[in-house]
Write a protein that binds this ligand. Sequence first.
Ligand code: NAD
Length: 257
Amino acid sequence: GYFNFTNKVAIVTGGGGGIGRAASLKIAAGGAKVVIVDLQEESGMNVVNEINEDGGEAIFIKTDVTKEEDVKNYVHVTIDRYSKIDILLNNAGWLGEVVPIVDYPVDVFDRVMDINVRGVFLGMKYVLPHMMTQKSGAIVNTASAAGLLGTPNLVAYGASKHAVLGMTKSAGVEAAPHGVRVNAICPGGVDTSMLDSVVFGYSKGNAEEAELKRMAIKASSPDGRYADPEEIANLMLYLVSDLSSHIVGQHIVIDGG
Ligand code: NAD
């Protein structure tokens, strides 16, 4: 691997999902102890088992990132066990529904904002004090290209990812004087179950429409394809490694051009 995370402690929210899994495996292979935080116990435990079978160290903490008590708990358990937090990949997210604003269910809007905005805020709120006391640490918030562009039929998702960039800018300038870096990434289409939800949402299950949507998403990248989750993980690892030691409060677009 390119990165050395020996003796580091990393928390990955949404660690059971496509991007979270790829990042967790890589960061563990680099030597970090990895705390997998996810609402889905089965997928989270699968990643923990993969890491432990490879000779790494990982634990799972079942968490709903929208719940303040749950977030306090994952921070508490991590500190209790490993005494510090070097890395937070604030990555759990939900797409919501794919429908026009006029049809967008209010409860779905609220849930998307709760997971993608409140969850990211709570993660920073409870992890930053530990990093600031240590005078070291790095956080990467997973935003999206949808945090920069207009995305039809994804009003809550788009708004939530714009908000992630706003929070990243505030946190970046607040934390830097304490030796802590906060940045964000903006992936385009990444080959995960979330992208399947995007395709399904636009095609409403029609196979031909789904294929057209897949082609359209790929064509929107000049390199003509989805990202592999590992490519996103590589950028996350760069942003939490010392190689990016002067990058603060930024977002980096990773979408094939
Ligand atoms: P995914 O659906 O595979 O993973 C998301 C993970 O978040 C899942 O494991 C899910 O259980 C977890 N999660 C959802 N709600 C949660 C909650 N309340 N508490 C704890 N965990 C919760 O999708 P992914 O593509 O790996 O998504 C990871 C991140 O990347 C998300 O923030 C997503 O918005 C972002 N993203 C994805 C794409 C893409 O095309 N796949 C593009 C840009 C950004």
